[in-house]
Write a protein that binds this ligand. Sequence first.
Ligand code: AKG
Length: 283
Amino acid sequence: MSFPLRDAFSRDGFIVLRGGIPMPLVDRLRLGLDPIIGQRGQGRLGTGRHQAILDPACYHPSFKDFLNLPQLNLAAEEVIGTSELAFAGLAVLIGSVDHRVCNWHRDFKDGYHELPALLDRPNTCIQFNCALYDDRSLWIVPGSHRRASTAGESAFARRFEDLGFTSPYGLAAAIDPMPMASMPGAINVHLEPGDCALYNPLMWHAAEYRPEWKRATLHGGWRQASSMYEFEAMRWGIEHNPWLLEPAYLGNPGEFLGPQMERYNQAALRFHPDLKASAAAAG
Ligand SMILES: O=C(O)CCC(=O)C(=O)O
C-alpha cells in the first residue's frame, strides 16, 4: 500500500490540501467568524488570534462541520497512521491592524527534554492552517521537523530573541531587512481560500501580518491519542476547551469530532482532574 500524504508529511514536515474546505462551507465559516474578525484591533483581539473558538460564547455550527470534513480527517488519519486521533484545539488567526511578525520558532525548542524522542516520531501530531481568505502569512523551513536545529537556523533566530513571540515588523526589519526570507531554507506558504496546510509544529515556522491582509485562517490540529499519555508536549493546551466536557451545545458532534473530542476530554480530566465545564466557561 502507498501512503503519499504520510510520506510527504514525514519527509517535508508539511502537506497542502488545495481546496480542502468546499467553497459553500468557506462562505458559512466566514459568516460564523465575522463577529470575531470584526473585533480585530480592539482590546485582547487586537493582534494575532482568537485561541478557542469552540467556546459557546463564539461558537457557530459551521465550525463543527469544518471539524468533520472527511477529506481533512482522512488525510490526518493517513499522516498519523491511525484513526485513534484526538482533537487538538481550534483557533482562528486574524492577522493584525499593524504590520507585525510572529518571529521564527519551533513549538518545542532545542534543549526541551522530550525533543529528541519527538523528532524521531515525525507523524505524531499535526497543526493546520486552513485559509478562508488568501493567506501569505506563514513561512516554514521544510525538513526541519525531524532534526535538531542547524547552526544557521539557531544563529538567525537568536538575533530576534529579544523581540518576543510577535513584534512590530519594523523592529524585526531593523535586525534583518528580510526577517522572514533570510532564515536559511525558508519558504512562504501561499494559501488560497479553502486551502489547508497541515504541518508539524516542531518545524521552524514564522508569520508576517500586514494590515491590508484580511485574515481568517482556522488553526488547530490532531494528535495521536496515545501520544498525550506519553509526552508532556502532546498535552499542551488540553485544558483550554473545558466547555467540551458538557458538549450538548454542539448537538450531534459528528463522525470525526465526536470520538476525537472524547479522547481529548479523557486526557483533559486525567491530567487536570479539577477541570469543570461550567466554571471555566463562565470564567
Ligand atoms: O500566524 C501563523 O500562521 C503562525 C502561527 C504560529 O506560528 C503558531 O501558532 O505557532
